[in-house]
Write a protein that binds this ligand. Structure first.
Ligand code: ACO
Length: 340
């Protein structure tokens, strides 16, 4: 017989589902307010609040790193799910700001957790990373291959932005959050998902230097090419249209309507984009989760941080229908419907 006994059984008789069994977040303590930014660059609390809805963001302190945040978030999610490190089969870390380009930060997390039975890999899909990672984890659960997977979204973007560039530095924040997907035979978990990409927009959110096309040189550093650059207007246009469309696709696929959604968690990039998407879908404000005011855009961490806070605040409870939509660099987008 080839493969694990579980897999053989799955193929013939049993359907497996990935239950969202645990969640947890780890955000740095240090907070930078809009007023603090306005004291050092040409911006204002009024401009940032009006254009983005952001009031403050958390950023790492010296000695605090992507792998630390990811590990702490994963530990909390595992504790909530009641599983030990030995029981973990797989760790997927969605991040575009790892400790190192090599090795993958997922292996640092695996080592920190002491998860000696787990495989680990990184998913680099910008702000859409967590939705891609969750959909991937769900496939491993459904196939019967794995029982417990931790999916982490984590970013330390504060070290990749130019703090003198008002077009970007006001928008982003650091943080991490994780969920545990656990195999069950009860019908729950992901109902439908949709993953998209349009590489023609690759230049709209980009760190030009640091990869193999433009290795870091003295010249590239002098030009600040190592920093994240963004064409805000183009991303805004793309995201405003895409959020509503991506949500509709997963609803249609599952045979649901917006009225069936208990909570909509969109990627927390900009309150205006969120409002636009909610309006397009006909969702009332009480069904839309927003915390961009407290964290800014934490990229791949934004959706799981919001999931964690929604549970903690009682906005999400077992049995609810949760809709997730994210967009980001690539350009990419992803959406899913989850019965929690
Ligand atoms: N403070 C004051 N003025 C500013 C600031 C600032 N922080 N930033 C830009 N401005 C200025 C601009 O220079 C511009 O001035 P100009 O007209 O003299 O040239 C003016 O404000 C208006 O700029 P716009 O780009 O038209 O402002 P807009 O209303 O589009 O808001 C923003 C800009 C907030 C960046 C918006 O375009 C946006 O949110 N875009 C989406 C970004 C996003 O969601 N990214 C997520 C993906 S990131 C990822 O995947 C890693």
């Amino acid at each position: 017989m080839i493969g694990k006994p579980d897999v053989q059984i799955t193929n013939y008789m049993i359907r497996y589902y990935g239950k969202l069994a645990g969640y947890g977040k780890a955000v740095p303590e240090k907070v930078i307010t809009n007023d603090e930014l306005a004291a050092r660059i040409d911006t204002s609390d009024e401009w940032i609040t009006e254009r983005t809805g952001i009031k403050e963001r958390h950023v790492v302190s010296e000695g605090e790193h992507c792998s630390d945040l990811a590990t702490n978030a994963a530990r909390k999610a595992m504790e909530k799910a009641g599983i030990t490190a030995d029981e973990l089969d797989l760790i997927i870390v969605a991040s575009s700001s790892p400790d190192y380009l090599m090795p993958p930060v997922s292996s640092q997390v695996q080592h920190n957790l002491g998860a000696k039975n787990a495989g680990a890999f990184v998913m680099v899909v910008g702000c859409t990373g967590f939705v891609y990672a969750l959909a991937t984890a769900d496939q491993f659960i459904r196939s019967g291959q794995y029982r417990n997977i931790v999916v982490v979204g984590v970013e330390v973007i504060s070290r990749n932005v130019d703090w003198d560039d008002r077009n970007t530095c006001v928008l982003f924040g650091d943080g991490a959050a994780a969920v545990v997907l656990q195999r069950t035979e009860s019908e729950t978990g992901m109902i439908s998902h949709h993953l998209g990409s349009d590489g023609s927009g690759f230049e709209h959110i980009i760190q030009v230097a640091g990869g193999t096309r433009n290795p870091v040189t003295h010249e590239s550093l002098d030009q600040g090419l190592q920093y994240l650059k963004m064409n805000g207007r183009e991303v805004f246009k793309f995201a405003s249209g895409m959020m509503g469309q991506a949500l509709k696709i997963v609803l249609d696929e599952a045979g649901y309507t917006p009225e069936d959604i208990d909570l909509f968690i969109p990627h927390q990039a900009n309150a205006r984009i969120i409002e636009f998407a909610a309006k397009q879908a006909g969702l009332p404000a009480e069904k839309v989760f927003v915390n961009v005011n407290k964290y800014g855009n934490t990229s791949a961490a934004s959706v799981p941080i919001a999931i964690t806070e929604a549970f903690e605040e009682g906005r999400l409870k077992e049995g609810d229908l949760l809709a997730l939509v994210a967009f980001g660099s690539g350009l990419t987008w992803g959406s899913c419907l989850v019965r929690v």
